[in-house]
Unconditional design. Structure first.
Lengths: 113, 112
C-alpha cells in the first residue's frame, strides 16, 4: 500500500520568513513524488515533481523540495514567503508503472503580514 | 491548451436525489481520475480509467456511485440516492501514463 503523511494540518509564518512543509511517504518501489497547491474554490495545481536524479527539485514561484530516501521524506521549502502563498499544500506519491496517485491530507498555510 | 473542464461547479441536493458530474479531460490524455475531497481533507481516489477501461474502482461505493468513460474521452460520475456523507468536492484529473496529472476546478456538492 502507498500512503502520504503530512503531519502539520496548519502552519502559520510571517511574510518574508522561510518555510518548510513536511511530507513523509510510504511506497514499496521507487517513488515519484509531487507537491500540489490548492487555492480556494480551485483545483490542485502542480508546484513541483520528483522522478529521479538530483534530490533537490525546483518548482514554480521559488518553491523547492528535497527527496531524502533514507528518511522517506519529501519536504517542501521556500526561502521567503509572500502573502499570496496562503493556500493548502498537498504532497502526493506514485511510482514507475503505477498510475494510482495517493495524496496526503494537506497543510493549510497562512501568511501573517 | 485547454485544461480539464468540469460541470456543474456547484450542486445542492436533498438526500435521496441523484446527480451527475461531467468531466472533459485535456485532449490526448489517456488516464482520467475522479477524486472525492471532503472539506479540509486531501483528495481520495474513487476511480480511474485508462482510455475507456476502468482500471481501479475499488474505492467507489458501488451501490450508489457509478462512473463511465465510453469513448475514452469525456467521463461522467453519477451518484444515485445521495446521502449527507457525500457532501464534498468532486475533482476530475487527467494525465498521460505515469506523469503528473492536471486537475479541473471541481464540483462542490452539498447534500442537505
Amino acid at each position: 500500500a502507498q500512503s502520504v503523511t503530512q503531519p502539520d494540518a496548519r502552519v502559520t509564518v510571517s511574510e518574508g520568513a522561510s518555510l518548510q512543509l513536511r511530507c513523509k511517504y510510504s511506497y514499496s518501489g521507487t517513488p515519484y513524488l509531487f507537491w500540489y497547491v490548492q487555492y480556494p474554490r480551485q483545483g490542485l495545481q502542480l508546484l513541483l515533481k520528483y522522478y529521479s536524479g538530483d534530490p533537490v527539485v525546483q518548482g514554480v514561484n521559488g518553491f523547492e523540495a528535497e527527496f531524502i530516501k533514507s528518511n522517506s521524506s519529501f519536504h517542501l521549502r521556500k526561502a521567503s514567503v509572500h502573502w499570496s502563498d496562503s493556500a493548502v499544500y498537498f504532497c502526493a506519491v506514485t511510482g514507475y508503472g503505477n498510475e494510482k496517485i495517493t495524496f496526503g491530507a494537506g497543510t493549510k498555510l497562512t501568511i501573517k503580514p | 491548451e485547454a485544461g480539464v473542464t468540469q460541470s456543474p461547479r456547484y450542486a445542492v441536493l436533498q438526500e435521496g436525489q441523484a446527480v451527475s458530474f461531467w468531466c472533459d479531460p485535456i485532449s490526448g490524455h489517456d488516464t482520467l481520475y475522479w477524486y472525492q475531497q471532503p472539506r479540509d481533507q486531501g483528495p481520495q481516489l474513487l476511480v480511474y480509467f485508462r482510455d475507456e477501461a476502468v482500471i481501479d474502482n475499488s474505492q467507489l461505493p458501488s451501490d450508489r456511485f457509478s462512473a463511465v468513460r465510453p469513448k475514452g474521452t469525456n467521463s461522467t460520475l453519477k451518484i444515485q440516492s445521495a446521502k449527507q456523507g457525500d457532501t464534498a468536492t468532486y475533482l476530475c484529473a487527467s494525465g498521460i501514463a505515469n506523469t503528473e496529472v492536471f486537475f479541473g476546478k471541481g464540483t462542490r456538492l452539498t447534500v442537505v
